[in-house]
Design a protein around this ligand. Structure first.
Ligand code: GDP
Length: 454
């Protein structure tokens, strides 16, 4: 009974259904103590993958009606016996059912404990377990898709390929060193170098997926900049897809920064609209302007808006100068009006320039394309396996460093023994990445981010 855990697996709030999950050796017995089925069948007599309808009764009091779903070890999420009680969703009822379950021997589950057990029981690897949390927290279809692929093992397969290549090289080196009298062919140094080079390339490629994947999951801070009346608020409304009240530009007052998160293509953007960059003597306003400049320079992405129907002003040019080398898109707005703007001047300085009429256009695909290009998400193929978090990134990075070390060891003519040791270091980093050789501390760390009930 001791290792039996339980938690509410559905969100805390009012809903159509609430699920209490119980896992461990005593799961069936615990559930049986509080569940009386209409058919009279006892939970401990039920087969795996079967359900039964009945009542939750604690101390003679009927708490709710529920469906009990039984999973038998090892054919469950955790690999243990599991019972899921689906009752009515409601803050009180689900908690009351959980209390009944806990008073009959189960312990409250820690955050992520169900998934941690799944990992420890070999139901899934560490990268797959991590992706479970990513699926839950995914805000867009692309990041959910990426997490799903990871759960299906795309990242692990990619790592396994590199690892087995490295192991083969290490084994060959070791055999040659350990059994010099046997008929093991001489090490071909070129072949060794090529093998390492191949692994180096693959890991470098894998590491490059991290930033784009992160953008897709977490979004990017995007600042909409431009002088007053070029159409920043209108653009923001277009992207947000609805009319919102916007603080108007009252001369001499600084405007607050307005924030909004929108999905553009596969990238979540945290948009903020800032004051312009106008030079001013007014002390209050100049603080606002300074704030805007700082925000601009620290932004992940800049939408710099210009009015196509007027000549470039000094302020426009000042903004354009700030955009050089920044992750920026120049948006030339009001294309429905006669063009006066010197767009060639902008194109010469800013790599991504798009034309739009924020007031009349509904189509944002051009902007979407530019965003995905800058964020690097357009070339990202989650089916190939991508790195999803810092832990994975750091392990892949140390593997890469070891491979580079092995290559330099070859260059300076060090012994094959020394090369073997660094190749083994690389293998160990990859084993840590997939969770096959990992310390308890790392495992605890991974699952500490999970919510209770998962
Ligand atoms: P902001 O000060 O940069 O936020 O600019 P606003 O979004 O408040 O827009 C200023 C004015 O330009 C408003 O009257 C808008 O209706 C108008 N405007 C915005 N976009 C367009 C456009 O594409 N075409 C035209 N003709 N007017 C626009």
């Amino acid at each position: 009974m001791e290792n039996t855990i339980a938690a509410i697996s559905t969100p805390n709030g009012i809903g159509g259904m609430g699920v209490i999950r119980i896992s461990g050796e005593g799961a069936l017995k615990t559930a049986e103590n509080i569940f009386v089925s209409v058919s009279g069948k006892k939970i401990t007599e039920m087969k795996g993958y079967t359900a039964s309808f009945g009542k939750i009764i604690d101390n003679g009091e009927i708490i709710d009606e529920a469906v009990a779903l039984v999973f038998r070890a090892p054919h469950s999420y955790t690999g243990e016996d599991v019972v899921e009680l689906s009752c009515h969703g409601g803050m009180y009822v689900t908690r009351r059912v959980l209390r009944a379950v806990l008073s009959h021997g189960a312990k409250p589950a820690q955050g992520g404990e169900f998934t941690k057990r799944a990992f420890l029981n070999g139901k899934m690897g560490l990268t797959e377990a991590e992706s479970v949390m990513d699926i839950i927290s995914a805000s867009g279809s692309q990041s959910a898709r990426a997490a799903m692929y990871t759960m299906e093992g795309s990242l692990r397969k990619r790592i396994d390929t590199v690892r087995s290549d490295l192991l083969e090289l290490a084994a060959h080196l070791a055999a040659w060193a350990d059994y010099p009298e046997e008929e093991i062919p001489e090490i071909d140094e070129d072949q060794l170098r090529n093998g390492l080079e191949k692994c180096r390339k693959e890991l470098t490629k894998l590491l490059s997926t991290y930033d784009a994947g992160k953008v897709m999951r977490e979004g990017v801070d995007t600042v909409i900049a431009g002088r007053p009346n070029v159409g920043k608020s209108t653009l923001m409304n277009l992207l947000a897809g609805c009319e919102r009240s916007i603080v108007t530009d009252i001369p001499g007052t600084t405007r607050d920064i307005i924030e909004e998160t929108v999905m553009l293509g596969n990238v979540p953007l945290r948009l903020s609209d800032t004051a312009g960059l106008r030079n001013t003597d007014d002390i209050v306003e100049s603080i606002g302007v300074q704030k805007a400049k700082e925000r601009l320079l620290s932004a992940g992405l800049i939408f710099a808006v210009f009015d196509s129907s007027s000549d470039l002003t000094g302020e426009d040019r000042e903004l354009i100068d700030l955009l050089e080398d920044a992750p920026a898109i120049a948006i030339i707005n009001k294309t429905d009006l006669d063009a006066k703007i010197d767009s060639e001047y902008i194109k010469a300085k800013v790599k991504h320039v798009i034309f739009i009429s924020a007031k009349n256009d509904k189509d944002t695909s051009e902007l979407e394309k530019a965003v995905e290009e800058i964020a690097g998400t357009s070339q990202l193929d989650p089916a190939q396996g991508i790195l999803a978090n810092e832990r994975q990134y750091n392990d892949a990075q140390s593997a890469l460093e070891s491979i580079q070390e092995a290559l330099s060891a070859l260059d300076i003519g060090m012994t094959f023994d020394a090369v073997t040791i660094v190749i083994e270091d690389a293998v160990n980093s990859l084993l840590e990445l997939t969770g096959e050789r990992v310390t308890d501390a790392v495992v605890d760390q991974v699952f500490s981010h999970f919510c209770v009930g998962k």
